[in-house]
Design a protein around this ligand. Sequence first.
Ligand SMILES: Cc1cc2nc3c(=O)[nH]c(=O)nc-3n(C[C@H](O)[C@H](O)[C@H](O)COP(=O)(O)O)c2cc1C
Length: 156
Amino acid sequence: MAIPTHAIIAYGTETGNAELAAVEIEAALSNMIQSEFVSLTELELEQFHEDTLLVVCCSTYGDGEYSDGADVFAEALNTTRPDFSKFNYAIFGLGDTTYETFNFASIKLSKLLQELGATRIGEHGMHDASSADYVDSAAQAWAAELTPFVRELIDA
Ligand SMILES: Cc1cc2nc3c(=O)[nH]c(=O)nc-3n(C[C@H](O)[C@H](O)[C@H](O)COP(=O)(O)O)c2cc1C
């Protein structure tokens, strides 16, 4: 497993919540690792290197479907099946528990990354739009819990 030297915080969103979460996560991680913030609509697989830590923020739409950008990213992964066995990733999903397909997109994407060999660090974050938690504060709290895992990788 390579030691991460930079993080890509990538978001897939329809109405901006996942982007808001990604802004908060980038702010928390940039104190400890060089971080860049990118839409999944623009993320190219060529941007990944062994020392990349991928942090995905992705909402669920339709009947458990990927949000904008996450669909393209998942299709690229499914088509090319890259070897991600040296990669670490973290994931923060957004959804709504009024749907039976709560957070299905982030769950599907996480499974796909693991099939390709990637290792998840931290808890799989899942924001519920029906809860009283604001997206930005939920993302801040999740990022605070993620930082010790990132620190452990950097110091390994
Ligand atoms: C038309 C529509 C369909 C949705 N479908 C789902 C769903 O299947 N599962 C789920 O967990 N959330 C679903 N949601 C909730 C969104 O994922 C949630 O509101 C999220 O915060 C939106 O984030 P975004 O602004 O980044 O797209 C849906 C919302 C809308 C408006």
